[in-house]
Design a protein around this ligand. Structure first.
Ligand SMILES: Cc1ncc(COP(=O)(O)O)c(C=O)c1O
Length: 472
């Protein structure tokens, strides 16, 4: 990301947070140049970019003003039915989606971060330094709880989410998926009922199914998260054992739950004495900074289990995640012991080095602004190239856009057509247990949005339009 793009993303974030309301005059070019220590040309380029993205408008001899943005595409609709699902097929579809990328494929379906960023270089250097040292420590079994220095560093990082923990509160896992699996097995047994958001992350759905647990899908607002009213009704009617949510930078919808709703959710769970499993994988990639406080940080009962990983902030291939299982620590260590044993030491030691040298926070800061910039661009392309009436999510962090198409379009059909063009997307159907979201899809905008990607979005839009014309 260049300087002007960074500056543009700082200004658009301020506009989005309401610091500069619509119609207000923005700081002059000279003021911004001084404030950010950049050249006049950089500020001019940033304003030009913001003008192009319709965040600001230039008025002759008066400067730049916050624009009334062109009608923003509507948010996806909220599905209002609570649904209990005993059977979850769809594994074939998920497997197809997670198959390796083909050569030359424009893969827009994965939930992968940008691992090409130069700010990750010190991490690869640390990995090779540690392995070249033939450090026996990297070859030996780690502590079953995970490397103590890493747990200390994670406890420090968690301060940003409002939590005050120490190394003994944290258990290192093989990615967030293992953390979720341990958390679920700490609380539930096969046959138990778990409330989840609708739609929700497909691996979570598959995990619950694989563990023999049943899902209760609760209506979830695309801007504010799980419906606490619907959940309350469900808790009165069903023997729910746990609530699995991703309240900060949700996958796939991208929302961050407002603080009032977080409080209401916690209150409700406490009243019904039900544990919450909080998936915070994307929490650090929240565009607004400071990020929203986690549910875990707002809880004082020990009945909220935090699960996260470095898969989205650094790289999924490291397979390093963690959990703060609250009052379930002993059970969680046992589950870790019987499922995979200690997590590999080498990536943990390299991550400690990366964090301690100050590279981690710098990298995450850089990624946040890159992703925010890319969100605006991808949103514009989808609004411009997809047919009128397409609904688009408004992600508050991360790098995933949820798109709802006309009901006549089947995303599975679309994906098959796209494979002929070497393009792939994530189909909406896998984000729910039973055949919903057939006309939805999810797009990744983590990497640099090249002209090739722009053309791919244009081609997707054309295919959809053609199909709609045929079905008229
Ligand atoms: C919401 C969410 N939770 C968990 C995971 C899994 O993370 P990991 O790769 O660390 O197992 C993902 C990955 O896509 C995710 O999107």
């Amino acid at each position: 990301m260049t300087r002007y793009q960074y500056l543009a993303s700082v200004i658009s974030q301020r506009i989005e947070q309401g610091l500069y309301p619509v119609g207000v005059r923005l700081p002059s070019i000279r003021v911004l140049s001084k404030e950010h220590g950049v050249s006049i040309t950089t500020v001019q380029q940033a304003y030009r970019e913001l003008e192009e993205q319709q965040w600001v408008e230039a008025r002759a001899k008066s400067g730049y003003f916050v624009a009334h943005r062109k009608i923003r595409p509507e948010l996806p609709a909220c599905c209002n039915a609570t649904q209990c699902s005993l059977t979850i097929p769809q594994w074939d579809r998920v497997l197809e989606m997670v198959n390796p990328v083909k050569t030359g494929e424009i893969a827009l379906g994965f939930a992968a971060p940008d691992i090409t960023s130069s700010s990750l270089k010190p991490l690869t250097q640390a990995l090779s330094r540690i392995s070249q040292r033939h450090s026996l420590r990297a070859f030996d079994d780690e502590d079953i709880r995970g490397c103590a220095e890493l747990r200390e560093q994670i406890a420090r990082l968690l301060i940003d989410s409002g939590s005050h923990m120490d190394a003994s509160d944290i258990l290192i896992t093989d990615g967030c998926r293992e953390a979720l699996s341990i958390a679920l097995r700490c609380i539930c047994k096969p046959g138990d009922l778990v409330a989840v958001e609708k739609p929700s992350f497909h691996a979570g759905i598959q995990l619950l199914h694989g563990l023999g647990m049943n899902l209760l899908e609760i209506p979830t607002d695309p801007a504010a998260g799980i419906s606490v009213d619907a959940l309350e009704l469900a808790l009165e009617q069903w023997p729910i054992k746990a609530i699995l949510v991703t309240p900060t930078v949700n996958n796939p919808l991208g929302f961050s739950m407002p603080v009032e709703r977080r409080r209401a959710l916690l209150r409700l769970a406490q009243e019904h004495d039900v544990a919450i499993i909080e998936d915070d994988t994307y929490g650090e990639l929240s565009y607004p900074y400071p990020r929203p406080a986690s549910l875990t940080s707002m809880d004082d009962t020990g009945n909220v289990l935090l699960c996260s990983s470095f898969s989205k902030t650094l790289a999924p291939g490291l397979r390093v995640g963690w959990m703060a299982p609250g009052s379930y620590m002993n059970r969680a260590i046992h589950m870790k012991y019987i499922s995979s044993g200690p997590t590999a030491g080498l990536p943990q030691l390299a991550i400690v080095d990366f964090i301690k040298q100050g590279h981690y926070l710098q990298h995450v800061r850089r990624m946040r602004s890159q992703y925010q910039h890319n969100r605006d661009l991808m949103t514009r392309w989808v609004s411009d190239f997809f047919p009128c009436g397409t609904r688009i999510s408004r992600p508050q962090g991360g790098f995933l856009l949820w798109v709802e198409l006309d009901k006549r379009i089947d995303a599975q059909w679309l994906n098959e057509k796209l494979s002929e063009l070497n393009i792939s997307i994530a189909i909406g159907a896998v984000f729910a247990a039973a055949g919903r979201y057939d006309s939805c899809l999810r797009l990744n905008y983590a990497r640099e949005l090249t002209d090739e990607i722009k053309q791919a979005i244009r081609q997707i839009g054309r295919l959809i339009q053609r199909r709609m014309d045929e079905n008229e």
